[in-house]
Design a protein around this ligand. Structure first.
Ligand code: GLN
Length: 496
């Protein structure tokens, strides 16, 4: 089997055992990228030399006897929303074109410390606002299962890179579903850790009370290994949780769910959901039962109000966060010819630098926070948020995990929802509640929809700091389904 088809755990073991070098592994992936990038467009920035240099340094550290952990030398695709001192960081926005941060994000520096080799920066919806990567200022990424379809978003470059074997691992951020939804529609694993479980330091902020870095991988164990590498307390992030990282790797290896109480969220399913998605979801629930779980139906009535609440809270926070792009400090500056005031330059720069969706969110958020409307919009949405958290708490008194489809539909065609923001927002119907409450949630592949042969994701939600449960259940489902399928779901994807 070629190097690009191996798991991250296997690659790490081969490198640690001296059977292959980090440089050889990096080169195999760089070659794959050169081959498929013209079709996929998962990366915004690739720099072969910097990558090979990193790999060479890891080989030297290993050669000197340094102990770096199980992912040393393994390549990774890094979402272009994390600051990297040696590569540009744009958040897929024109306003940050060519910007090079003076420092690394905590997630970045932890990847480097563990010896991971960064292959490049991946495409996303501008400032992580979207569900398809069509809002990127640098072109859309294509879904490897069907190049005419979206790879999900906002972390669509990261999902497509892993699903097309350009990288065994990638990073993402999940504010409303941006890891789980792209994972679901490309047939891979994506995890949103508990909010505060992974550091936001050096992550370009979209909605600070929701943004959560997390891993993508082609299997549950690899995702857990990466989760462990970059999670844990960071004094540089004031909302970082000062508690031990849940034992996610152990949970992924254990995969025993006998006696586990599983709640099926009654409100997710029915109208608006694709038949093939619901069929695979119901089979996954039956599978959990056959593996010894006790399945009950759970009602969380306010989950149906999560989407409108999110679209007040997230834009409100973004309107404040994006005020820093003022033409003075970063990247683009338009119209500064000595005749214009600072305010005029600021207005021209923001008008030219932000795309339409980002502008829509800034306007929505500014309105929701404005005097006279604050209580009716932002304040009301915060109350809904509290009710949703309470419903989660009540549900987790009854059951150990909750399950639902990750997304209402499979990957939709590029262009289909581009002019219809509401249709685009609906892609996150099932993922948003966990962002509002901050609990952990994962998406694992559960089959292909009959109508279109495209991947379907199963979402497993666990309480705050119950991340290990997501991996335990995800690994149980993966094992059972892969033995039924005779391999991973991705092995059924058409070859690129
Ligand atoms: N699609 C959602 C949005 O557009 C979620 C994005 C995200 O999680 N970053 O806001």
């Amino acid at each position: 089997m070629s190097l690009i088809h191996k798991t991250a755990a296997e690659l790490g073991a081969l490198i640690a055992g001296g059977e292959v070098t980090a440089v050889e592994v990096a080169e195999a992936h760089l070659d794959r990228m050169a081959e498929v990038e013209p079709k996929i467009n998962a990366f915004l920035h690739i720099d072969r030399e910097t990558t090979v240099e990193q790999a060479r340094a890891v080989d030297a550290r290993l050669g000197a006897g340094e102990r770096l952990g199980p992912l040393a030398g393994v390549p990774i695709a890094h979402k272009d929303i994390f600051a990297t001192a040696d590569m540009p960081t744009t958040a897929a926005s024109k306003i940050l074109e060519g910007w090079r941060p003076p420092y690394d994000a905590t997630v970045t520096s932890r990847l480097r410390a563990a010896g991971l080799v960064i292959l490049g920066k991946t495409n996303l919806d501008e400032f992580a606002m979207g569900s398809s990567t069509e809002n990127s200022a640098y072109g859309t990424t294509h879904n490897p299962w069907d190049l005419t379809r979206i790879p999900g978003g906002s972390s669509g470059g990261s999902s497509a890179a892993v699903a097309s074997y350009e990288a065994p691992l990638s990073t993402g951020t999940d504010t409303g579903g941006s890891i789980r939804q792209p994972a679901a529609v490309t047939g891979i694993v994506g995890m949103k850790p508990t909010y505060g479980g992974s550091s936001r330091y050096g992550l370009i902020a979209f909605a600070s009370s929701l943004d959560t870095p997390g891993p993508f991988a082609r299997n549950v164990l690899d995702a857990a290994l990466l989760h462990e590498v970059f999670s844990g307390h960071d004094p540089m992030d004031s909302t970082s949780i000062d508690a031990p990282v849940p034992s996610v790797v152990e949970a992924a290896r254990n995969a025993d769910i006998s006696g586990l109480r599983v709640g099926v969220v009654k409100e997710f399913g029915g109208e608006g959901y694709q038949a093939g998605v619901l069929a695979r979801f119901h089979e996954a629930v039956e599978l959990l039962e056959s593996l010894g779980a006790k399945v009950v139906e759970v009602s969380c009535p306010s989950f149906s109000t999560a989407l409108p609440a999110y679209y007040l809270i997230a834009p409100s926070e973004c309107s404040s966060n994006l005020a820093r792009f003022d033409a003075m400090r970063y990247g683009l500056r338009v119209g500064d010819d000595g005749t214009r005031s600072a305010e005029e330059v600021m207005a021209l720069t923001r008008a030219a630098g932000f795309g339409p969706e980002v502008k829509r969110r800034i306007m929505l958020g500014t309105y929701a926070l404005s005097s006279g409307y604050y209580d009716a919009y932002y304040g009301q949405a915060q109350k809904v948020r509290t009710v949703i958290s309470r419903e989660f708490e009540a549900a987790f008194h009854q059951v150990d995990v909750l399950v639902s489809p990750t997304t209402p539909t499979t990957a939709f065609p590029i262009g289909e929802r581009a002019d219809d923001p509401i249709a685009m927002y609906l892609a996150d119907l099932c993922t948003i509640p966990s962002n509002l409450s901050g609990n952990a949630a994962i998406s694992v592949p559960c089959g292909l929809a009959d109508e279109d042969g495209l991947p379907v994701g199963l979402q497993i939600m666990a309480p705050v700091l119950g991340d290990d449960r997501c991996y335990r259940v995800g690994a149980a489902v993966e094992r059972a389904l892969e033995s039924r399928w005779g391999g991973s779901l991705l092995s059924k994807a058409p070859a690129l």
